[in-house]
Ligand binder design. Sequence first.
Ligand SMILES: [Zn+2]
Length: 215
Amino acid sequence: MLIAPDILQVRSFGVNFYVIRSGEHLCLFDTGFLRGSDALDRALRSVAWQNLPVRAIILSHGHIDHVWNAGIFYQRYGAEIFADKREAGRLDGEVCGRSIARHLSRAEQALLRKWRKLPLPIAGELRPGEPLKQAPAFRVIPLPGHTAGHIGLWREEDRLLLCADAFASFFMASHYPPACFNEDHDEALRVGSRILGLHPEGLLPNRSSDAPRAS
Ligand SMILES: [Zn+2]
């Protein structure tokens, strides 16, 4: 679904990811989960972007439902993968978090090892505050709490934030992720307040039901 003229939302099983068009190339913001690969094909064809090169894969964080297809897309498009350096351990197969989050992390790392062959070839770190090299209208902002290296993409001109898992929104009810999915829930709540302090005009989470079309 085209959210804005240059932002395409792709729905995989249980989670969305985004395609950003910058001039004549594309960047992916996350890679979705099961059936994400076919969903991306269909979404690109639906807006006739299928022949535009995908230059970069930006990972908001290392949870399984955001990185599941990263290796596939890396191979298919030759696109470089970027992430915050604080996600390096998780992306390298490390079990992270405490309590329930740690159990979930152990399970997802086992799945990724079996099916997706970690580690991913991370080409470079994202630098907080700096424009995204492959889509300069956006800059990287750190949104720690959900995970240590969780990031979003902020566009100043329309005050739009691709906020990944800082918030979720289903059936018009926006909320924080459940505490058990946050590595540091208190920090996630503080980050949520900081986001609202930016006075965003729009938030695009990775977990949401349909958003209204841009007019
Ligand atoms: Zn997550």
